[in-house]
Write a protein that binds this ligand. Structure first.
Ligand SMILES: [Ca+2]
Ligand SMILES: [Ca+2]
Ligand SMILES: [Ca+2]
Ligand SMILES: [Ca+2]
Length: 319
């Protein structure tokens, strides 16, 4: 599905009742024209989405009473196939980590009421909805699909993802469920498979969107892993490619994006790593940018690898 404009928004809590959208970026025409921080939007103490003076308020969303966190990502998807982009929020609260997914089939004029509330299946475990993606058609039926990450799924918190095929009403049970347990190489303790997701890409150029999944773990090592699942029907739950960080604490893929940056018809995979270096006398965060070329034959060897920045002495720990 051709994607012209996408916006990714992440929420970060500021006070017990206030959250801030801490990053908002726009990807235009699948290129790397990323505009950082278009504006600041607050999720105010009334737990309503409000815009500050530099942004025009379009609509307010009344969140459930126990909700203090919300996530929205990868916007621009049309998961009911009516030709209009939809809004999907993952909500959760401190007392109830498993809240629900709220789906709005259009941007309402006021007092938004969700068209569907997707409940959390009992077996899902914690973290359902903290990452979502819905701007890609993964089974090739012409309707965008919804992917939900479950970061803390499983007794060892290996994580998992749930995929719901798009349509007028989504099934309350996932159409595809992928447990992260097999993907941790030697072990999957605290792998956090599904911590971040992207579906607005077509890395093998077959016209069907593909799925990128980030996992931070395993365990304390935090190499960072990105798994590429190729779209199609039936949907294969075996990744076509795994990209793994080359050293501990690298967090390779903690920020990821995709777009056809060399204009060869295949979306490429852009990963940022964030590695904490402690020499004893100095501490700093080291950032690298790695690009993996899309194509029929995918490779976990980057075509571009560059050190981009360092922050010294703990001046800016981003995570
Ligand atoms: Ca729609
Ligand atoms: Ca679909
Ligand atoms: Ca594809
Ligand atoms: Ca390319």
């Amino acid at each position: 599905m051709s994607i012209l404009t996408k916006t990714q928004i992440n929420f970060r809590r500021l006070t017990p009742n206030t959250a801030e959208i801490c990053s908002l970026r726009t990807l235009v025409n699948s290129s790397l024209k990323i505009a950082l921080l278009i504006g600041i939007i607050t999720l105010a103490c009334s737990t309503r989405l409000q815009a500050q003076a530099d942004l025009q308020e379009i609509v307010r969303f009344d969140l459930p009473g126990n909700v203090s966190w919300a996530s929205i990502a990868d916007t621009g998807g049309d998961i009911n196939g009516d030709g209009r982009p939809d809004l999907v929020f993952g909500y959760w609260g401190d007392d109830d980590p498993n809240t629900a997914i709220h789906i709005y089939h259009s941007i309402p004029d006021s007092n938004a009421v969700p068209d569907q509330i997707l409940p959390v299946p009992a077996y899902m475990g914690g973290g359902f909805g903290r990452s979502i993606a819905y701007a890609g058609d993964l089974n090739g039926d012409g309707i965008d699909d919804l992917v939900v990450g479950i970061k803390y799924y499983g007794l060892i918190h290996q994580g998992a993802i749930a995929i719901y095929w798009g349509g007028e009403t989504l099934s309350e049970q996932p159409d595809v469920f992928i447990d992260g347990e097999p993907f941790g190489d030697t072990q999957s303790w605290d792998l956090y498979f599904g911590q971040n997701l992207i579906t607005h890409c077509d890395v093998n150029g077959d016209g069907i969107n593909d799925l990128l999944v980030y996992a931070e773990g395993p365990q304390w090592e935090q190499w960072g892993n990105v798994y590429v699942f190729l779209g199609g029907m039936p949907f294969s739950t075996t990744p076509a490619l795994q990209i793994r960080g080359s050293q501990i604490y690298e967090h390779l893929g903690w920020q990821m994006e995709s777009g056809d940056i060399n204009a060869d018809g295949y979306d490429d995979i852009i990963l940022c790593s964030s590695r904490f270096i402690d020499s004893g006398t100095n501490q700093e965060l080291d950032f690298e940018l790695k690009i993996y070329a899309g194509g029929i034959n995918l490779s976990n060897i980057p075509v571009y690898d560059a050190h981009v920045a360092s922050t010294a002495s703990g001046s800016g720990i981003i995570r």
